[in-house]
Ligand binder design. Structure first.
Ligand SMILES: [Cu+2]
Length: 597
């Protein structure tokens, strides 16, 4: 059931505005260095954004995409005066921050939505160093996709918290779906692309479709990466330079380590130090098992960086606060989970009403078909109707035909199907971004998308939209994503969890293969606390870091240890925007210590 449409909201059937004429051109994000207690305005409004040879209408904070980068000191507080001049009512969620519940930006729960033309003032504190971000929490499948996201860099009180680096470069990773030079339409009435989320075909890095970076020889650059996409998982590599993992969602990692790639699911952050040891033309890339995309061109000049940090770059460090957490890890690994959540989907047949589906096929594996409904033996996905009957005939009286199922008026026999029309359930070429990638990067050779989800070369990740036609037609009405509490059986909003400030809770996340569409989910907990990943499929996490989002791959079981620190009513949800919009979320209570529950 759709709730009634509040005044000022678009009416179903109407579309969001798309005309960029007369709008200010989107600018580069400003760096706002904010002192403790400082206040500033954050204005949501429409902008014109150049995308290759076309210009589209998008939304920005203070006229830029991404919005301004907030640079603040750990333990400081700032006041943000939000003015909503966007397309629909909104809130601002301060992602990853452990903050006062009333400023968490959850509509109808922690605040009244800010109407178009309205304002709201947030007081935001920053207890933890690291990289965070802000975005809307109403229809973010639309609003966040339109450009409403920005970073927060919290500078640690301890000057030795991070290894030395010459420069900070903040990069949001996103994608946008363009069709015929326009942003593919959204329905104001409902979220579409509910099955896999909305994949884009243009990659936007720091808001740019074709970003160029420069570095000096011997320079150590810290890359602060945030995945702001609706659903796309990024696997970031930088061939020709050395990459060292130094941090994650909330602060530094237990031990720094040299890596060749980092994987970020929607809303996850990763901090890597990069040493460019010699001059040359490099590429920051996103690499799936099948393709490589250029995220940015990197020109390393012959100019030498001074002073040289090359020696310090070789030094690997440990974080004592996380080494201390590791001491207690064995006990937590052995402990039974306090809560177990299953991640599953229910999907209706996407067929015209009144026409019985007669052939079922897997949208991911079209060679798999059946006359009966069921699941794909290769990937576990629910088989979808691919053909429907368009003509029925009585076998005894061939002159009796109908376009509806029924019985023969002559003899009462059930009419049998005599003609079929195919449905748009067949697998298509994925709508993959090919923006500015050289031909040599398209290694199309074998696009065998995970022979077996979770075990094949896809690694339990849906890297592309492999069922575009079906995905586009899915909405919360025909596709229901669910978090199910395996103890109580309650699903989504019916889940009723109560914790107390100071609790540590072991939560088991089970991404079930027995689901109408098994796929990965980035599971996010709001600022009631932060968590450590304990184990993935029973394997202890080798490098701890405080997190607010964890990627649960297809078929995977992930155990997390949630450190509950902030009282209030908080959300848990999948961070694929379309999954959350289809209901894959719930709220839980955290009581103050000593307070009666
Ligand atoms: Cu999900």
């Amino acid at each position: 059931m759709q709730p009634p449409i509040p005044p000022g909201q678009p009416v179903p059937g109407e579309s969001f505005p798309t005309d960029p004429t007369g709008l200010p051109e989107a600018t580069r994000p400003a760096l706002l260095e904010l002192a403790d207690g400082e206040a500033f305005d954050l204005r949501i409004g429409a902008v014109a954004k150049r995308m290759g040879d076309t210009t589209v209408r998008m939304l920005g904070y203070n006229g830029s995409i991404p919005g301004p980068t907030l640079k603040v000191q750990q333990d400081s507080e700032v006041v943000v005066h939000v003015i909503n001049e966007g397309d629909l009512e909104g809130t601002v969620h301060w992602h990853g921050l452990r903050l006062d519940n009333k400023y968490d930006g959850v509509p109808h729960e922690t605040q009244t939505p800010i109407p178009v033309g309205g304002e709201f003032t947030y007081r935001i504190r920053f207890p933890d160093p690291g990289l965070y971000w802000y975005h809307p929490h109403i229809r973010e499948d639309y609003t966040q996709e339109m450009g409403l996201y920005g970073n927060i860099l919290v500078v640690p009180s301890d000057p030795d918290y991070w290894p030395p680096a010459q420069r900070d470069v903040l990069l949001t990773l996103d994608d946008l779906l363009l069709e015929d030079g326009k942003i593919a339409p959204f329905s104001p009435a409902e979220t579409t692309y509910t099955a896999m989320g909305r994949f884009g075909n243009v990659l936007l890095v720091a808001g740019e479709p074709d970003l160029s970076l420069a570095a000096k020889s011997g320079e150590v650059v810290r890359l602060w990466l945030t995945n702001t996409a609706n659903t796309r998982v990024f696997n970031v590599q930088l061939p020709g330079a050395r990459m060292k993992l130094v941090g994650g969602d909330s602060g530094r990692v237990e031990h720094t380590e040299f890596v060749s790639e980092v994987i970020l699911a929607p809303s996850e952050r990763t901090v890597v130090d990069v040493l460019f040891d010699r001059p040359g033309e490099l590429e920051l890339q996103h690499r799936t098992p099948d393709r490589a995309y250029r995220l940015a061109a990197v020109t390393v000049t012959g100019e030498k960086a001074a002073p040289s940090l090359a020696d310090q770059f070789q030094t690997l460090r440990r974080a004592p606060e996380l080494a201390a957490e590791r001491q207690a890890l064995d006990a937590w690994l052995e402990a039974p989970p306090d809560k177990t959540l299953a991640l599953i989907a229910e999907m209706d047949d996407i067929t015209a009403p009144g026409q019985g589906p007669v052939v079922y096929a897997c949208p991911m594996h079209p060679e798999v078909s059946s006359e009966e409904p069921g699941r794909c033996p290769k990937c576990g996905m629910k088989l979808l109707a691919t053909a429907v009957a368009t003509s029925y005939t009585c076998p005894m009286h061939p002159e009796v035909t109908s376009d509806q199922p029924g019985r023969c008026p002559e003899c009462g026999m059930k009419l049998l199907v005599t003609a079929l029309a195919s449905q748009p359930a067949g697998r298509e070429a994925p709508a993959a971004p090919d923006a500015h990638s050289g031909h040599d990067h398209h290694r199309e050779a074998h696009h065998h998308h995970g022979e077996d989800h979770g075990h094949g070369d896809s690694g339990g990740i849906e890297w592309e939209d492999d069922m575009v036609a079906v995905n586009r037609l899915t909405t919360p009405a025909n596709m229901r994503w669910m978090l199910v509490d395996r103890t109580t059986g309650a699903a989504n909003a019916a889940i009723d969890w109560h914790f107390t400030e100071g609790d540590r809770v072991k939560i088991r996340l089970v991404n079930e293969m027995d689901s109408d569409h098994p796929m990965h989910h980035p599971f996010h907990l709001h600022g009631a606390g932060r968590f450590l990943v304990l184990a993935r499929d029973g394997v202890a996490e080798p490098n701890l870091v405080w997190k607010d989002t964890v990627l649960v791959r297809t078929g995977q079981t992930v155990d997390i240890l949630f450190d509950v620190t902030n009282p209030g009513l908080w959300m848990a949800h999948c961070h694929i925007a379309e999954h959350m919009q289809s209901g894959m979320m719930f709220s839980f209570n955290v009581a103050r210590q000593g307070a009666a529950r």
